[in-house]
Each structure stands twice: as C-alpha cells, then as structure tokens.
Design a protein around this ligand. Structure first.
Ligand code: C2E
Ligand code: MG
Ligand code: MG
Ligand code: MG
Length: 282
C-alpha cells in the first residue's frame, strides 16, 4: 500500500510540475539538435548614424530555421535554453558565425563591426575570456575591434566584480561592449559608472513612445546626457518612424537601429542594402 501511494504521489508530482518543465526540456532538446543539424542562422540589423547617413555596423540576431515551421524568433526558445549550458554552445556558435561574417565582409572591403548578444550565464563563465580568445584565434584575419558584445545590465548584477574584470580583460583584446536594453534594469546609473562599456543602447520601449509619453522622453534624455557625461556612445533601438528619428537627432542621439531604418536581414542582402542606404539615407 505504501508502494501504491508512493507511486501515486510520484505520478501526481510528475504531472503537476512538469507541463512547463517538459515543454522547456523539449525546447532544449530541439535546439541542441538544431545546432548539430545546422538549423540556426543569424540575421543582421544595421546600426546607422542618422546625422551622417553612414552605416556603422550590424547586430547579429539569432533565428532557428525550423524545417516545417520556418523562421522562429529567439523569444520562443532562448528563455528555456538560457537556464542551461546549451546557451553556451549556442553563444559560441553565434560568435564564431559573426566572426566568419566579419571576415567575409572585410574581403569585400567592408569593415563593419558586428554586435553579438551574450547571455548572462555565458558571460559569467569563469573562463569566458579564454573561450573568447580561442574563438578569435580561429579567425586570425579578424580584427577583434570589429567584435562588439552586447550584455544587459542584469548580467552584471549578480557578480559585478567578476563581470567588470571580464569586460576589461576582453577590452584588452580589442573587443568592445554595449549595454543593451539600457534603463530597463534597476541600477542603471551606478552600474554605468562601474561597467566601462563603450556603448549604451536605449531600450526600444522608451523609444516607442518618445513623442507621446513625457516619462519615456525624460528617460531617453537622461540616458543620452548620462552617456555623454561618461563618454559613451549612445544608440537608440526600435526606431520606427521619421518623427522618432528627428526627436532623437534633436536630443543629440545620432546612432540608431530599428525597422524604420531596416529590419534584420540575411547576410547576403547586407552589402546591397548598405550601398542603397548610404546613397539615400531617407
Ligand atoms: P535585443 O538584443 O534587444 O534586440 C532587439 C530586438 O528588437 C530584436 O528582436 C530586433 O529584431 C527587434 N527590433 C529591431 N528593430 C525594431 C523596431 O523598430 N521595433 C520593434 N518593435 N522591434 C525591433 P529579436 O531578433 O527577436 O531578438 C529578441 C532578443 O533576443 C534580443 O533583444 C536579444 O536579447 C535576444 N537575442 C537575439 N539573438 C541573440 C543571440 O544570438 N544570443 C543571445 N543570447 N540573445 C539573443
Ligand atoms: Mg541586442
Ligand atoms: Mg535591446
Ligand atoms: Mg530586448
């Protein structure tokens, strides 16, 4: 009888916790397989200087090309894998691909920096710097200055000492950093002082309502001013309209990304898009 209830308890436990857990587990397995089957790909979204009309570089954005479902965005699978070491394999695949792309563009005479998003679990590895070095060595022709790593501030919150040391060590190799989704965390002001990233990215949630919401305007202005004080570059993300562009230019934020400039695109469309943009920067 004890055995019986034990089994029931187990079954109950199994069913109750695990609908989400099972789904996450399935997602993790799918991505592991996607890696080995070469079903992951990167799209590239331009970062431009609105004032000069120059293309400044690209952000690499991950997609899973599902054989039946088509292109799947990262929000559908990253949350599950970010809690496991699969994110490290994925992250290294992304860095390697991005370096390969930088090399390919350089061969066309295009020296575009590429930004890559790095998950907290990946960046917080004790040997992140050595791992990055190993990846860079696989691409000896790539100038490490062409690689920019985007981290969100919450990556730093758990272990600021380690993260800022790691950041500095990567910078010694030439790699640069952007603080992504800036302003959405809890400690933006003090963290900016202690994280010597070259660039700050204004989160798209502030940019979206910058014309209508005075709080979002105030926050964007504050981030732009703060960036200037700390001598950081500032990029607005999620720029969709001409009015947002004019507003940002007026505030002194010249670098921008967003659907209004271009959506993320396959690597083989980039050169043509850039040539066209630089001739007609809207
Ligand atoms: P993120 O790094 O903040 O990237 C910006 C996201 O906003 C991208 O979504 C981009 O496609 C989208 N976006 C660009 N312009 C606009 C716009 O004008 N309006 C709106 N509404 N959205 C815009 P995506 O590609 O779906 O990526 C979502 C998030 O997934 C990224 O946010 C990043 O946190 C994460 N991610 C993407 N690729 C990778 C990766 O390779 N590794 C890791 N660890 N995370 C990644
Ligand atoms: Mg990003
Ligand atoms: Mg962002
Ligand atoms: Mg985001």
């Amino acid at each position: 009888e004890a055995k019986q209830s034990g089994r029931n308890r187990f079954r109950f436990f199994d069913v109750s916790i695990s609908k989400e857990a099972r789904e996450a587990f399935r997602t993790i397995e799918c991505i592991r397989r996607a890696l080995t089957r070469d079903e992951l790909e990167l799209l590239y979204q331009p970062k431009v200087n609105l004032r000069s009309g120059k293309v400044m570089g690209f952000e690499a954005l991950l997609r899973w090309r599902h054989p039946k479902l088509g292109l799947i965005p990262p929000d559908a699978f990253l949350p599950a894998i970010e809690r496991t070491d699969v994110i490290i394999d994925v992250g290294e695949w992304v860095i390697d691909r991005a370096l390969r792309q930088i090399d390919a563009w350089a061969a066309l005479g295009k020296h575009w920096p590429v930004s890559v998003n790095i998950a907290a679990r990946h960046f917080q590895l004790p040997d992140f710097v050595e791992r990055l070095q190993r990846l860079l060595r696989r691409h000896p022709d790539v100038d490490p200055q062409s690689l920019d790593l985007e981290i969100v501030e919450s990556t730093a919150i758990d272990n600021l000492e380690h993260v800022s040391q790691c950041l500095t060590d990567c910078q010694k190799m030439g790699v640069t950093f952007s603080l992504d989704d800036f302003g959405t965390g809890f400690s933006s002001l003090s963290y900016l002082k202690r994280l010597p990233a070259e660039t700050v990215k204004i989160d798209k949630s502030f940019v979206r309502d910058i014309l209508h919401d005075k709080d979002d305007l105030a926050l964007s202005e504050a981030i732009i001013k703060l960036s200037r004080t700390f001598e950081r570059e500032v990029v607005a993300e999620g720029v969709e309209t001409d009015l947002q562009e004019s507003m940002l230019l007026g505030l002194g934020c010249y670098l921008a990304q967003g659907y209004g400039i271009a959506a993320p695109m396959p690597a083989d469309q980039v050169a043509e898009w850039a040539a066209h943009y630089e001739l007609n920067p809207r």
